[in-house]
Ligand binder design. Structure first.
Ligand code: NDP
Length: 245
């Protein structure tokens, strides 16, 4: 897919990996809608950068992706403002780490609701536009935790493994309409989500064959590659320095 003048929606595009993906898609000429939960200022700043640096259309929308009705309204609002959406990146994600035997129901539900149901909600309300135009790209940001499991992250790993099943099912459902759906499984990437583990950075780097944490821009490059690819669907692309091989 040629990205120039396409419409891309990136959830959690206000910071971290989502902001890097938004900037990358804008740099390739896509118009971008940035979805945030609470960080309006950060989301507006990303949009302003995209407009100034790349001369594309960019707008920020506050929406809890876990809220089915709110996402339905979001899809209508974005369609009205931008037109038909071609690219959806389900990147919004949260962690509520803790051992399963003491994990609260609220912590489990919050992570599944945002990370997994959120992606479903977005696909549910945005994919009809792609089907009608017979052109679309969906990227779900999973995690190596979903491939390998991780102690203290039963909720998070379950949500990220679930995203892989969701990705493959949607890929099969939408392939005949020229809509691809792929997942990216990042390893340890330097963002706010991993700031608490930075004191363990040396230990983490030692466990990563390439010897360092990744950068958000390196995940964004993978997203751009999958979006540009016409003949890749249902795949899980690891961007992890080799940790999950
Ligand atoms: P950050 O914590 O830096 O950013 C999370 C983003 O998600 C923010 O933009 C946040 O919005 C948004 N968000 C959170 N909850 C909601 C919600 N309910 N509705 C809408 N938006 C929401 O995360 P990262 O950039 O580190 O991670 C991005 C994705 O990559 C996540 O899915 C994460 O699980 C995954 N990932 C990250 C890894 C890493 O090492 N960093 C490794 C593997 C996967 P706001 O700013 O408004 O709060």
């Amino acid at each position: 897919m040629e990205l120039k003048d396409k419409i891309a929606v990136v959830t959690g595009g206000s910071r971290g990996i989502g902001a890097a993906i938004t900037r990358k898609l804008a740099s390739l000429g896509a118009n971008v809608a940035v979805i945030y939960a609470a960080g309006q200022e950060a989301a507006e700043a990303v949009c302003q950068d995209c407009r100034e640096q790349y001369s594309v259309k960019a707008a920020a929308y506050g929406c809890d992706v876990a809220d089915f009705a709110a996402v339905k309204q979001l899809a209508a609002d974005i369609k009205k403002e931008f037109g038909t959406v071609h690219i959806l990146v389900n990147n919004a994600g949260v962690t509520r780490d803790g051992l399963a035997m003491v994990m609260s129901e609220a912590s489990y539900d919050a992570v599944l609701d945002t990370n997994l149901k959120g992606a479903f909600n977005m696909i549910r309300h945005f994919s009809p536009m792609m089907l009608r135009s017979r052109e679309g790209r969906i990227i779900n940001i999973s995690s190596v935790s979903g491939l390998m499991g991780n102690p203290g992250q039963a909720n998070y790993a379950a949500s990220k493994a679930g995203l892989i099943g969701l990705t493959k099912s949607i890929a099969k459902e939408l392939a005949s309409k020229n809509v691809t759906c792929n997942a990216i499984a990042p390893g340890f990437i330097e963002t706010a989500m991993t700031k608490d583990v930075s004191d363990k950075e040396a230990a983490i780097a030692a466990a990563i064959p390439l010897g360092r944490m990744g950068r958000p821009e390196e995940v964004a490059d993978a997203a751009a590659f999958l979006i540009a690819s016409d003949y890749i669907t249902g795949t899980v692309l690891r961007v992890d320095g080799g940790i999950a091989m």
